[in-house]
Structure formats: C-alpha cells, structure tokens
Design a protein around this ligand. Structure first.
Ligand code: SF4
Length: 450
C-alpha cells in the first residue's frame, strides 16, 4: 500500500503547476491524496523562496507537520520546491525534515519515499538539471482554466532574485508537448489555457520562439481563451504583440513586471530596460491591442532607493495606469547581488513608501473599475460567487466580475456591469454565448467521452 499524501502549496502559479506534476507522479505510483493532513502518511509542502516572508510561513507550517509526525512516527515530512533547493541539508538538520526534493528531482519521489520508509531518513535530492517533466501530464487544478508550463528556469539574474539559483537555467519544453497538453486540457473541457514560465518570452524550440508557440497554442485551443505569464519587458517584441492581436482567442492581457520607475534603480536591479523604454512598450502594446489590461509587479525600498527614485516609480505608475499591481518591499535574499548592496532603506521608510504606492494604485484600479459600469463584457464563469447566489466570471482582459445570476462554471456569457460592490464590478446577464458548460466531473457537456 503506497499511502495517502497531503500537499500544501506556497508561491506562484509555477508552484501550483508543479504541485500538479507531483500529484501525477505520486498517483501513478499508487498514492492517493487526502485533504486532511491529520491522517496523511506523507506531509508534503511545495515551497517558495522569493521573499523571506514566504519562507517564514513555510517554516511555521513545518512545525505543525512535525507535531503530526510526533504522534505517528511512520509519517514522513517532505519539503519540495525552492526552499528544498536552497537549504538542502539545513532542512534536515535544523527543521528535522525526512525528505528534501528540489524542483528537478520529482520523478524520483516514489523511489526516495521508499528509501525513507526503509529507514533512511533525512534524504536530500536537489541536483539541478535540464528537467522539464516532458512526459508528465499534471493533475488539473481547475476544471475551467488550466496552466501549461512552456519553459522553466531563468537566465536573467535580476540582482534581487533567487529564482535563477533555485530553478536553474532557462529551458523550454518541446512545442509538440505543449500542444499535446493544450489539446488534452481543451478536450477535457477547460475553457482557458494559461501558458506559464519564469519568462515565457524566452521560450525557444529550435527556430520557434514564443510568437510561434503562441500562434500554435491559440490554434490548438480552438475557442478556449489563451493567456500567458510572466513576460519580461525586455523580451516583449512586436511579433508577439502582433500575434496577440491576430489570434482572436488570445486575451488582451499582459503581466509586465515594472519593479521600479527609476532608471538608476532599474540598472542596479539589472532589469535591462529604462523607464522610457518601458513606457514606449506600453504605448505600443496599447495601440496594437485595444482593451489591453496591464498588470505588474513593483518593489519599493531596493537598497539605495532615494525618495526621488521612489517618486519616479509613483510617477510612472500614474502615467501607465496599471489595472492592478502586486506591490512588495525589497526582501534580502542571501546569495543574490542585491544582498550585498548598501544602504538599506529603513523599515519606517519602506513601510511608508509601500503604503503610498498601494494608495496610488488602489485609486487607479478603482477608477478603471468604475469606468466598466454601463459596459458589456464577455465573461467566462469560473464558479459560484463567494457571497450571494450569483457566479464569478472573468473578462477577456482578466478582470473578475460578479454575475448576479447563478451560472454553471465554464459557461461564456455576455453581461453588463451595473455597479461596483466595493472594488468588484457586478454585472447582469444579457446572453449566454455557449451552451457547453463544465459538468461537475470536469467534462464538457459536448465532450465525446460522455
Ligand atoms: Fe527573477 Fe528576473 Fe528571472 Fe524574473 S526575470 S525570475 S525577477 S531573475
């Protein structure tokens, strides 16, 4: 009997996808998943190292796992992901983890678990390689929308970022495998494909780059929506923008991390663009893609950031008017170049700058959401609304909207936004544009397998 595993996932969408890879590998080896950690044989955690806060949360949760193991010593505590790669033996010695498995070693999980059960506790498997899990079809996370990883790793070495050290060098999955996974997901009933990678724009398979991949995926996806994450501004070409514009099912959405609006800080970050270049890119994208939604990541208090640098960021945020932004304070990641940089911004200044940035962005987001009132949108229904009887849907540009009528997940509707509830646009149904919703088992009503 292989046993039951509990898997907690921290971090980005790449980790969500890789948890699906792990689920598939374990399911193929005869393990089953439980949502109840108190009865799991394997207490597993997919970890994130991007900020110290994420690591602290994972370490706190590990203490719970150890408490559960103390009651049943046969249980194994397993750490996967970025922290496994970063801390290796330290997790065994300091956090008493039984098995530490880095991002490129998941195929070995069943064998490593067997070794642990045979008595070898404290195994560390964390060799970085060119692994892309080409042959693994991950367990789907969501019946309406699926992630498909197209590349892993990063060669950019932004000075604050730990990713190149814990995920390794850039490598792409073969285009044929990406298309195969896309078709399988669409045939299984999903209505939206999100292509994933640390920097999807760095995708390469022989002579095929991201623009060719995007076109091929859009064709393979049929009527399903296609979007992608994350895009490094330096690599966003006109060819990609034209492909987005030409392929009807590619959503007008870009997540384009800005990080800072100061040229001096952008250079210290090794981002490879200036504020003027970023602005030109946004202008170009908006000309080619009417209705484009832009989201971003912005960091305040990078070492040496002055008040004037910070005001440059605020100024650029006001010029671009992002639909939304993930905002952070600089987090020291030992081993990166930025960890050596001085002077550090005080906690008081970094807190004040972050609060100011959030205030500015919130105002812009609210103004953009208010402008949606009275407009009609196509919504893809993702599930029931958390409160009330209605449903949650997403526009093509990625905005979450509450639909007042209960509607099955997977349905495409046209709806008119009538008001905001706080921040959230609320819409009333006009027409249903497909009659092929997701059935509760994840299969579409029109699927041949039914
Ligand atoms: Fe990190 Fe920069 Fe690579 Fe993004 S592009 S994963 S921030 S090194």
């Amino acid at each position: 009997m292989a046993g039951e595993f509990f898997l907690k996932t921290y971090g980005c969408q790449m980790n969500v996808y890789e948890s699906g890879v792990v689920r598939r590998i374990l399911a193929d080896a005869g393990f089953s998943e439980t949502r109840d950690e108190s009865c799991a044989d394997l207490l597993m955690m997919m970890t994130c190292s991007v900020r110290s806060h994420a690591e602290a949360r994972a370490l706190g949760r590990l203490a719970d796992f150890r408490g559960l193991r103390a009651r049943h010593p046969d249980r194994l505590v397993v750490v996967l992901g970025c922290m496994a790669q970063r801390y290796k033996e330290e997790l065994v010695e300091d956090a008493r983890v039984d098995l530490v498995v880095g991002p490129d070693e998941y195929l070995r999980l069943p064998e490593l678990i067997r070794q642990c059960r045979a008595g070898t506790r404290g195994i560390v498997a964390a060799r970085l390689s060119s692994e892309c899990y080409e042959r693994v079809q991950p367990e789907p996370d969501n019946p309406v929308s699926a992630f498909v990883t197209v590349m892993r790793g990063c060669d950019n070495y932004c000075s604050y970022c730990i990713v190149p050290y814990v995920k390794g060098r850039e490598r792409s999955r073969p285009l044929s495998r990406v298309l195969e996974e896309t078709r399988t997901r669409v045939d299984g009933g999903v209505r939206e494909i999100t292509l994933l990678g640390q920097n999807v724009l760095a995708y390469r398979d022989g002579r095929q780059g991201f623009a060719e991949l995007l076109r091929a995926v859009a064709q393979a996806a049929g009527t399903a929506r296609v979007r992608f994450l994350t895009s490094h501004p330096r690599d966003l070409t006109d060819k990609v923008l034209h492909t987005m514009a030409e392929m009807e099912n590619v959503c007008p959405f870009l997540h384009l991390p800005l990080q800072s609006g100061s040229n001096r800080i952008l250079e210290l970050m090794n981002r490879g663009y200036t504020r003027a270049e970023y602005l030109r890119l946004v202008e170009r994208a908006r000309v080619l893609l009417p209705g484009l939604a832009l989201t971003t990541d912005i960091m305040v208090a990078f070492p040496g950031e002055t008040e004037s640098d910070f005001l440059d960021t605020i100024d650029l945020v006001q010029q671009v008017r992002f639909d939304s932004a993930y905002t952070f304070r600089f987090s020291v990641r030992p081993g990166t170049r930025a960890a050596e940089l001085e002077p550090r911004v005080s906690a008081a200044d970094s807190g004040r700058r972050l609060a100011r940035l959030i205030e500015v962005q919130n105002r812009i987001t609210l103004e953009l959401n208010r402008a949606m009132v009275g407009q009609e949108y196509e919504l893809l229904i993702e599930g029931p609304s958390p409160r009330g009887r209605g449903a949650l849907g997403r526009t093509r540009s990625g905005k979450v909207v509450v639909l007042t009528e209960p509607t099955r997940p997977g349905t495409l509707v046209r709806a008119r936004v009538t008001q905001l509830n706080g921040w959230t646009p609320v819409a009333q149904l006009r027409t249903t544009t497909n009659h092929n919703p997701i059935r509760p088992n994840g299969l579409s009503a029109g699927s041949k397998t039914l």
